[in-house]
Design a protein around this ligand. Structure first.
Ligand SMILES: Nc1nc2c(ncn2[C@@H]2O[C@H](COP(=O)(O)OP(=O)(O)O)[C@@H](O)[C@H]2O)c(=O)[nH]1
Ligand SMILES: [Mg+2]
Length: 372
């Protein structure tokens, strides 16, 4: 079967929604050659196993199971990248998106006058269903921010329901940040040339079963996506986050130093060591939670990561003071000398820890050395 349409569905703990969604796709896409790819981030409820068991007898169904990674946008990108169909759709697993729209979206794309069709809650005929007024206001505010970023007018750039031509996705994919939950906004902001966009209305339905995965981090992830799309070309966003976290660490460092040295009357060396250690631990925790959220260390790897991080930062701190002292003794004003030391220390800490603490996808492979 050569699929004309691939529907990509990101999943995390959606086991109970899989069969109902597939049934709805069958009904909505009768007469179309389609396939569905579930991209699951190793859900504890074994969604991926469930999808594979269905896929064994249904060639329209595929599963990508990602281990050790989380993220709605990056999951969608991986699913979209796995398709060779000319048209690609993204929709949620929980039946909140109206699958009836898929055929109309496809019909529009087939006419070749449109590159991207969005299922929109914010045009006439669309709606957000039973959201309370706070959630509506937050969503409208976030939508306005997103619209400010885009060069084209889109009523619902935060929608998670859309269909796009395969070549348009690939044109954008290299510039996409893959952060957070707003893949559509990321996609439109990443297209090298303006694309032709249409919007079709639908009403957002209540979740079929299970729970929403979106937590308080959504706002932070969204802010990061907007930052990445505005200043990301100038300074890597991770570095900005790293420096922000480092600044929080520096404030804690000073506070603890003050407590140990002035209040607890410890000697300066002991106070400074205690303050440094606390600041490094705080920095490690915050970086693990925010800067490297997508590569977060867990369990045993957390302790090993912390030890390596402390070792790297100790070298960074030593280099920092050496450089600052060198410039200071060469008549550079104290604050410029201090900043230069801090800049070199930060770049060292960032560069080395991203390689040795939060490196990307370098896994140990078990070698089977037994002769066969
Ligand atoms: N692969 C993957 N899917 C996710 C992740 N977070 C959410 N999802 C899926 O993305 C879709 C939308 O998430 P949902 O929790 O329903 O968000 P809400 O509709 O805004 O409450 C659902 O199908 C989720 O299962 C994630 O980290 N990885
Ligand atoms: Mg949902």
């Amino acid at each position: 079967m050569n699929a004309e349409l691939t529907v990509v569905v990101p999943t995390f703990n959606e086991r109970t929604n899989i069969r109902p969604l597939i049934a709805k796709l069958y009904a909505a896409l009768a007469g179309v050659e389609w396939e569905v790819v579930f991209v699951d981030d190793d859900s504890p409820d074994d969604t991926a196993d469930h999808v594979r068991s269905i896929a064994r007898s249904d060639p329209r169904v595929r599963c990508i199971q990602r281990v050790g990674r989380r993220g709605l946008s990056s999951a969608c990108i991986e699913g979209l990248s796995s398709s060779s169909a000319p048209y690609l759709a993204v929709m949620d697993a929980d039946l909140q998106h109206d699958e009836i729209l898929l055929k109309d979206m496809l019909a529009l794309l087939r006419q070749e006058k449109t590159d991207l069709v969005i299922g929109s809650r914010y045009i006439s005929g669309g709606g957000v269903g039973n959201w309370d007024s706070t959630r509506q206001s937050i969503s409208r505010f976030a939508t306005r921010l997103g619209q400010g970023l885009l060069k084209v007018r889109v009523a619902d750039p935060m929608s998670g329901f859309f269909m796009i031509r395969n070549d348009c996705f690939w044109n954008a994919s290299r510039n996409m940040s893959g952060r957070g939950f707003k893949i559509l906004l990321d996609l439109i902001a990443s297209t090298p040339q303006p694309i032709r966009i249409a919007e079709l209305p639908y009403v957002f339905r209540p979740r079929h079963s299970g729970e929403s995965k979106l937590d308080s981090m959504v706002a932070l992830e969204y802010a990061l996506l907007l930052l990445d799309k505005t200043v990301g070309w100038l300074v890597p966003l991770r570095f900005l986050m790293f420096v922000l976290v480092g600044s929080i660490g520096a404030i804690l460092h000073l506070a603890i130093l003050g407590v140990f040295f002035r209040i607890a009357a410890q000697d300066f060396w002991t106070s400074q060591m205690a303050a440094s250690l606390c600041a490094m631990i705080l920095n490690f925790v915050l970086n693990n939670f925010m800067t490297y959220r997508d590569r977060r260390l867990r369990g045993n790897r957390l302790i090993g990561g912390l030890l390596v991080f402390v070792a790297i930062c100790s070298i960074g701190a030593f280099t920092n003071t050496q450089i600052a002292e060198y410039f200071f003794t060469h008549s550079v004003p104290w604050w410029i000398a201090g900043l230069m030391g801090a800049a070199v220390g930060s770049v060292w800490n960032y560069g080395v820890s991203s390689q040795f603490v939060w490196h990307r996808g370098r896994r140990k492979t078990k070698l089977n050395l037994r002769p066969s």
